[in-house]
Design a protein around this ligand. Structure first.
Ligand SMILES: *Cc1c(COP(=O)(O)O)cnc(C)c1O
Length: 827
């Protein structure tokens, strides 16, 4: 269900203005303001927003050509060029968008939480989501969409299934908050804090606080920190607001939630508080003061929502850091590089350090920082604080760049620290081999041009690479989640080297995005993940008897599919001294006829489980054989009912409840009623399925890229490569690519069957594909040696390539050789 669904008549009424032309009447299901990111269909409406750099009106023609048929404009457009469109003219397209959003919000039953303040809005929103997503179906503003345009776009995502909405509101000028308040109408408010940012447009800090407070004019409950005296006074003096429940917390005085103590141990901070006469505690996996403040707001909110203490504790302990503009890339010599181009004040530094020490892969932590340019604080005091932060985060190595840092180097006495006058000096004196297997934070003020350091420390990949876009992976995960009930768990399949994509980085991204389970094919894949620090439960699909001991040691959960495996695993548990409760999964065969117990073996299976007494049956599951094909619908339904009956029988015989799951990626879309407790997401995660009618909703995560090694011209009558069967008829320009069948480029694609993309042009292979090289015909293409070549990916559909080979994308991608380097990128 999409939330945005209006008839043209309703739509025109709600945005107001004048209908200039009404030649398109289909219902509207999508809305957008950015012509580059748009659903180009006739169910979409485009709001043309005049901006300083990009005026939306300039793109109306182009969108029309691509099939868009409804436009809201505020400037003149040439209607003769839009003969089939409906065009509405308003005075102000942003206002029209806001009016529509206000209406859309008003018809939703979701409980809306409005969040404002100078810092921490996005983090508070993201953490609140992490704390509540398992309990409610929640909409949250994407990224930091908190402006006059961002807020309406967020609200328009609301649909009837949302139970809560977490909406950020940010302002830079007087008068703006009133507009946002009318749209958001929050029931609960959180006022994070107040700082100096955007002071420019306000006569005083008081005036700014007062303006922000307007967001909560009609809120029933407002949460803030009593210690922010300005906020407290403004709330107390606020005449406009209706009576509302004020909830406060404080580190130093009476408040609803009084923080009695906070102390750090290792990577955690322990907080002790008093609420409603009780003393309670939580532990948060962060150290920074900013994180403590953000968590206290949320702790108070969860207490107010009457979530049990034990549950609150559990949820806070598993919060994960929110990467604002941090970017993680593969560094040289096995390092992880964290590039933070965000502003370089001390708060941002503490957040970045929290993120750095959250990395589990390498045990060594390095911070490369520049002078902090923006603070008014006395230098020595400032750098003392920096040093303290580095110490609390137990940073192993510090590289300071800039004259201020050199002058204040005494602050870092006792640390493993090195200093350089400038970025140039650092680059001149450092060699790549000086960095090895460390997690490196690179954070500098803009003037220091630290992008040169990133360039220097990044893993180099000139040859053939498989580029994996982790942002798309997360997008796919979230898209599939939006199709699931809120409490359905997700098991992510990372078997076969994550469908060819590489294991650790994918697994870490999935763990970070809170999937519930991972599944690998063989025990050694699971062991590698555990050694890299992956902690979430891992199921092993093909547990080999020889690996049982290691699986027990690494807490890898086997799927048991036969009496033989069950007995042998039980024996291995006994040998290892594991007497009871080892997590295992029972695989049932309901028609796929691969691994699994047959339903008629259930009574005997129940006996064997009881007799062993060593297992905790985490789940019982089966696998669909034809979930993507309507031709198998009857068969699939039979599989589902057979599975249900067999799982019921097993549960009854054992007298225990266990999770059930049967859906794979295509099953999720086509049989949503069979979600049971968990789904197993494979190709959908990697964007390797079109996901039925919602074409384009999932994005392929992988691109195979190579480079041109040499360019040459051949004369008419000449051929190319081994056993050239084909002679060219005219002068032909050839590019030799550094990719061959040993890299996983199938030989069948040679001689014009397959194509690649170079300099924006799609060109065919010529001659046979060799082991390590291949040749393409680039006649007429403007390109040079060293240029990048796309074999498949963003522009060339892997489906097309699979089609040439009469196979499925799965096979293409899992055949990419391990020698092809996997490079991970992120938006
Ligand atoms: C691979 C696999 C899946 C995932 O299937 P997709 O079609 O890739 O989503 C689910 N369950 C089992 C048992 C599998 O082996």
């Amino acid at each position: 269900m999409t939330g945005f669904d209006y008839s043209i008549a309703d739509f025109c009424r709600l945005v107001g203005g004048t209908v200039l032309q009404k030649n398109h009447n289909a219902p509207l299901r999508h809305l957008g303001i950015d012509s580059r990111k748009f659903d180009y269909t006739d169910a979409s409406v485009f709001f043309a927003i005049p901006g300083n750099r990009r005026n939306g009106h300039h793109f109306v023609d182009a969108l029309y050509k691509r099939g868009v048929r409804t436009f809201v404009v505020s400037e003149a457009v040439d209607l003769t060029r839009l003969p089939e469109a409906t065009v509405i003219r308003v005075d102000n397209t942003i206002r029209a968008l806001q009016n529509l959003a206000a209406h859309h919000r008003a018809r939703s039953n979701a409980r809306v939480v409005g969040i404002t303040g100078s810092n921490g809005k996005t983090v508070v929103k993201e953490w609140l989501y992490q704390l509540l997503y398992m309990q409610f179906h929640i909409l949250r503003s994407p990224k930091s969409y908190n402006s006059q345009v961002g807020v309406p776009l967020s609200l328009l995502l609301l649909d009837q299934t949302h139970e809560m909405a977490l909406i950020e509101a940010g302002i830079s000028e007087p008068g703006e908050m009133e507009v946002l308040q009318k749209m958001i109408q929050p029931e609960i408010g959180i006022f994070t804090n107040v700082g100096e940012a955007h002071q420019y447009h306000f006569e005083s800090l008081e005036a700014k606080v007062k303006e922000k407070l307007r967001l909560f004019t009609d809120a029933k409950t407002l949460i803030y920190c009593r210690d922010h005296e300005l906020i407290h006074r403004a709330v107390a003096n606020d005449q406009d607001g209706k009576p509302r429940r004020l909830l406060t917390w404080s580190l130093s005085q009476e408040a609803d939630l009084r923080i009695l103590s906070h102390s750090c141990s290792g990577n955690h901070t322990n907080l002790e508080g008093s609420y409603g006469g009780k003393t309670i505690t939580i532990e948060i996996p962060f150290l920074s003061a900013a994180a403590i403040e953000n968590c206290c707001h949320l702790w108070l909110l969860l207490l107010f929502m009457e979530i049990p203490d034990a549950e609150i504790k559990r949820r806070f302990a598993s919060l994960t850091p929110v990467a604002m503009r941090l970017e993680q890339v593969a560094g040289i010599n096995g390092s992880v590089l964290i590039n933070d181009a965000y502003n370089s004040d001390i708060n941002a530094l503490s957040i970045a350090l929290d993120y750095l020490v959250f990395q589990v892969k390498n045990k060594k932590y390095t911070a490369i920082l520049s002078d902090i340019l923006q603070s008014g604080e006395a230098r020595a005091k400032l750098y003392k604080r920096v040093a303290d932060l580095l110490k609390t985060h137990r940073i192993d190595r510090f590289v300071g760049i800039g004259p201020d840092l050199i002058q204040n180097r005494a602050c870092f006495d006792g640390m493993n620290a090195e200093f350089y006058e400038s970025t140039d000096e650092f680059l001149a004196k450092t060699r790549r081999k000086d960095f090895k297997k460390e997690n490196i934070l690179v954070k500098g003020a803009r003037d220091f041009a630290f992008e040169r350091i990133i360039e220097f420390l990044q893993e180099k990949s000139h040859e053939t690479v498989l580029e994996i876009d982790l942002s798309k992976l997360v997008h796919n995960l979230n898209y599939v989640r939006s199709k699931l009930k809120p409490d359905t768990k997700v098991m992510a399949m990372v078997k076969a080297f994550s469908y060819g994509s590489g294991s650790y980085d994918i697994a870490r991204t999935l763990e970070y995005n809170r999937v519930d389970y991972l599944a690998v094919a063989y025990a050694d894949e699971g062991i590698a993940l555990r050694n890299d620090g992956i902690r979430i439960p891992i199921m092993v699909l093909n547990p080999e008897v020889s690996a049982y001991d290691a699986m027990i040691q690494y807490r890898l959960e086997p799927q048991l599919f036969s009496f033989h495996t069950l007995n042998r695993f039980s024996q291995a548990l006994e040998n290892a001294g594991e007497v009871a409760g080892f997590p295992v999964h029972i695989k049932l065969n309901t028609g796929m006829n691969r691994l699994g117990f047959n339903p008629d073996e259930i009574p005997q299976l129940a006996d064997a489980i009881k007799e062993s007494g060593r297992f905790e049956i985490k789940s019982v599951f089966s696998h669909l054989a034809g979930s993507d094909d309507p031709g198998f619908d009857v068969f699939t339904q039979e599989q589902i009912s057979e599975f249900t009956a067999a799982a019921d029988e097993l549960s009854n015989l054992l007298g225990v409840k266990m999770m059930r799951h049967i859906l794979n990626s295509n099953g999720i879309l086509r049989y949503p009623d069979a979600q049971f407790d968990m789904v197993r997401l494979g190709l959908g995660l990697y964007g390797l399925t079109t996901f039925g009618p919602e074409q384009g909703a999932l994005k392929p995560v992988s691109s195979l890229k190579t480079t041109i090694s040499q360019i040459r011209e051949i004369e008419p009558g000449e051929g190319v490569g081994y056993n050239p069967s084909h002679r060219v008829k005219q002068k032909t320009k050839i590019a030799v690519l550094s990719i061959g069948y040993a890299d996983g480029l199938p030989r069948l694609l040679g001689n014009g069957v397959g194509k690649v993309r170079i300099a924006g042009e799609v060109v065919p292979f010529i001659g046979n594909i060799c082991m390590d090289m291949s040749m393409v015909d680039i006649s007429g293409v403007d390109c040079a040696e060293g240029d990048t070549v796309e074999v498949f990916g963003t522009h060339l559909d892997i489906y097309e390539m699979a089609g040439h080979l009469h196979t499925i994308p799965y096979e293409v991608i899992t055949n990419i050789s391990r020698r092809v380097k996997r490079v991970f990128v992120q938006d």
